[in-house]
Ligand binder design. Sequence first.
Ligand SMILES: Cc1cc2nc3c(=O)[nH]c(=O)nc-3n(C[C@H](O)[C@H](O)[C@H](O)COP(=O)(O)OP(=O)(O)OC[C@H]3O[C@@H](n4cnc5c(N)ncnc54)[C@H](O)[C@@H]3O)c2cc1C
Length: 472
Amino acid sequence: VVAGDQSQPVDCLVLGGGPGGYVAAVRAAQCGRSVTLVEGDRLGGVCLNEGCIPGKALMEVAGLRSRVAGMAAAGLGGAAPPVDLTAFQAWKRSLVARLAGEIEELLHGSGVRVVRGWARFAGRTRVGVRTGEESTQYFDFKDVVIATGSRPAPLPSLPFDGDRVCDPGQALDWTDLPTSMVVFGGDPVGLELASAFTLLGSDVALVDPGDRLIPAMDADLSRAAAEAARQAGVRLLLRSRPRGMDGATVVIDTPDGELRLPAARIVVSAGRLPRLDDLDLAAARIRPPVDRFEVDDRLRVERHVFAVGDVTAGPQLAHRASAQGRVAGEVLGGRASAMDAVVVPEVVFAQPPLASAGLTAEGARAGGLEVAVAHVPFGVLGRGLISGAERGWARVVYELDTGRLLGAHVAGGAAGELIAAAVVAIEMGATLEDLALIVQAHPTFAEAISGAAEAGLGRPLHTVSGGSRATL
Ligand SMILES: Cc1cc2nc3c(=O)[nH]c(=O)nc-3n(C[C@H](O)[C@H](O)[C@H](O)COP(=O)(O)OP(=O)(O)OC[C@H]3O[C@@H](n4cnc5c(N)ncnc54)[C@H](O)[C@@H]3O)c2cc1C
């Protein structure tokens, strides 16, 4: 049935049910708006179905396997358990289904109407949703939120075929372990995949055109990541680019000349493109962005058009998408909300995990701030030794004059959890004195944050050598 010009008036229309869109929809409904959400594929978006959750599930298994294998001295087995990726996939699907059910229930319980189908603008305030092969439903909206997310960017020399050349989401669906694998892209996603498959037993090469892995993070985190990857057995090829496939190998241009790597499977993690091209923005007279939408702090593109998540400029992270969704929902509900997060943390769930929040020392100095750095190696912490994280560390960056915390960077241990303490401290404007006065439980990694503060104040209790006002 083609509904033609028959169209239903709706209040708020949200396009996309990922972490940006579903949060915007729920919050707008909680604030009293009547909300319709359109999703063409699966609720939860990339994050739940092919990104954060499946990726971290794989890393959990890979990390546990390698940890068990390394515990012989502590009296535990000593052999790495065998890997069954078919069983892993069933376990992963059960986790994803459970979380998808929670989202569905949340939307339903909040009174959000969910329409299944692919949306496309069909007029200034009109969207058509393809609900079936030959049926389109039209909606006239008062406000619209574009939360259609992103898709993997291809590499011209290695086009995706969904089998041998995969995007990261497809790699997380594999039911057998590749004997050899080449990952293109030293971004967090590429690094996580290289790390996980190496620990599971594949022979992995990680190739990146840049000088270092995860270049957006603290330079010492990049070094820690590279060192750990090499030690785990990843063949790391920086300043290198793919030329194409040749039979069972992939051909790489490296600074030392051409190299052929065996590659049963190839993963391309070369960034993500906003999913805007299918929306026909012109039909709604919305000017398409050159790359991604530049939104104001209320997430507006135009008066009645909002955008959140991966379609907006900035780090493509699920928690940023959800934070934007929350604010957009509140603005739609007439609240005086705005995006004013001081920091958006980033975690790389590789082995070791890495985490970062706020300024690096380099970045702060480039911005004209006078800063210093205090550092605690995990090797001096009871928890660091027990957890096999003695090579890890935590570091705080603070303003020299005031002692105000500006950034925190963690390599190893429970980096992803530990960074939360720093995020709270930075958001609340804490100084080194504040951090040093806080009592943290023992033995935990959290002791590193107060320990770094004490070291920065010139009275270290964990280590004599670490944590001076050393510059990086
Ligand atoms: C392998 C991998 C691992 C990742 N790990 C992490 C991590 O650990 N932490 C983290 O913070 N981030 C991670 N990310 C990034 C994170 O997944 C994204 O930043 C996040 O999903 C963006 O949310 P979003 O709501 O903007 O878009 P998406 O999650 O992409 O959701 C958009 C939704 O819109 C739907 N849609 C698109 N077009 C239309 C249309 N025309 N009509 C109807 N529906 C439409 C799509 O089907 C999709 O469900 C990872 C990404 C990948 C690929």
